[in-house]
Design a protein around this ligand. Structure first.
Ligand code: SAM
Ligand code: SF4
Ligand code: SF4
Length: 335
């Protein structure tokens, strides 16, 4: 079967499946506590896709070309049926990678079960090593020591090469970047520094709060020589760098300063089955009503939407930024 392409020739390759919208953290850049105080802020549990529905949807996407599945949330380890979901996804033929993104706090309880269920890789979010900065970035909910207990559990369960996500915010954790890089130097693990993004409507994002990857690269490069490593596959979002002295690898995800929409092969399904073709989409496609139809109709609906996909939000944001920077002053143009 020829690859399913959108109008910009981007294949459908990656599917991120949210299994829950709730979380045990309240990171201000994602789920600020003032907006997400109690359970009423979240979808009713009865709306969550069941494990068999998740499997059916994943199978349809895999039949259309998806090769990488990632489970996420909210905090996916809070979903009681997670091991069953992993087991169901792990046995789908054609899936080359099955990963999960987590804040790691519940890994001591779950890492081994998930490994046995067939989970291949783990990405752990870790924004700071400093206990106070970490606590602030978790919205007062988490301790960095809990993340390290989770990391130890992941390693003990056989997740040998972990990825770490660190969202960098100006004036909040930018000074933790060096210590994070240093901490994981010489290990098989990879830290990726992520530019703070304007996702959703709640985090009061401002461009001034973003620390561009180029700046971080320069700061880290003052301490250790780095050389770029080519992207291992198209659609990979991180720009990878290797320490020249053999100390391992780090990455940068620069969706604000260097958008990668032209290469974006990702789709996302929310916990209640809404499918989005862009992280910044305002509308999705409700997949649950389509589950009443046969597999061919489900696949046809997905293919038809992907074939019309025009998303390039981050590129447009960058274009707007360039245009704004070039605007002529009124006193020069004449008021
Ligand atoms: N709760 C899990 C966790 O934090 O790893 C999984 C879900 S979380 C939404 C997935 C990733 O999105 C995390 O690594 C988080 O840091 C990142 N993220 C959330 N809000 C972000 C923002 N405004 N800008 C950049 N990354 C963000
Ligand atoms: Fe968002 Fe993940 Fe933080 Fe929870 S732990 S608030 S889902 S970034
Ligand atoms: Fe993909 Fe949308 Fe992000 Fe661009 S802005 S890389 S299209 S998810």
């Amino acid at each position: 079967m020829s690859a399913l392409l959108d109008p910009r020739q981007r294949p459908l390759r990656d599917l991120r499946i949210s299994v829950i919208d709730r979380c045990n953290f309240r990171c201000p850049y994602c789920m600020p506590v003032e907006r997400f105080g109690g359970p009423s802020a979240f979808m009713p549990k009865g709306d969550w896709l069941r494990p068999d529905e998740i499997e059916r949807i994943a199978r349809a996407f895999v039949a259309l070309g998806v090769r990488k599945l990632r489970l996420t949330g909210g905090e996916p380890l809070l979903r009681a049926e997670l091991p069953e979901i992993v087991e169901r996804l792990a046995r789908i033929e054609g899936v080359e990678d099955l990963a999960l993104t987590t804040n790691a706090v519940l890994l001591p309880k779950h890492a081994e079960i998930l490994r046995r269920a067939g989970l291949k890789r783990l990405t752990i979010s870790l924004d700071a090593l400093d206990p106070d900065v970490f606590k602030r970035m978790s919205g007062g909910q988490g301790e960095v020591s809990e993340v390290f207990a989770g990391i130890a559990a992941a390693e003990a369960a056989g997740f040998a090469r972990l990825k770490f996500n660190c969202v960098v915010q100006r004036g909040v954790n930018e000074d933790d970047v060096l210590s994070l890089a240093e901490h994981f130097r010489g290990t098989p693990h990879i830290v990726r520094f992520i530019e703070y993004m304007d996702v959703g409507t709640c985090n009061r994002w401002s461009r001034a709060d973003v620390v561009d990857s180029a700046e971080l690269l320069a700061r880290i490069g003052e301490h250790w020589s780095l050389m770029p490593v080519g992207r291992s596959q198209p659609g990979e979002v991180a720009e990878r760098y290797r320490y020249v002295d053999g100390g391992g690898e780090i990455g940068f995800i620069s969706s604000v300063s260097a958008p990668f929409c032209g290469d974006c092969t990702r789709a996302r399904v929310s916990a209640d089955g809404e499918w989005f073709t862009c992280l910044f989409a305002s509308r999705g496609v409700a997949l649950r009503p389509l589950l009443g139809a046969d597999d061919a109709s489900l696949r046809a609906a997905i293919a038809s939407r992907w074939s019309a996909r025009a998303d390039r939000y981050s590129e447009l944001r960058a274009e707007r930024e360039r245009e704004a920077a070039a605007r002529v002053e009124m006193f020069r143009m004449g008021g």
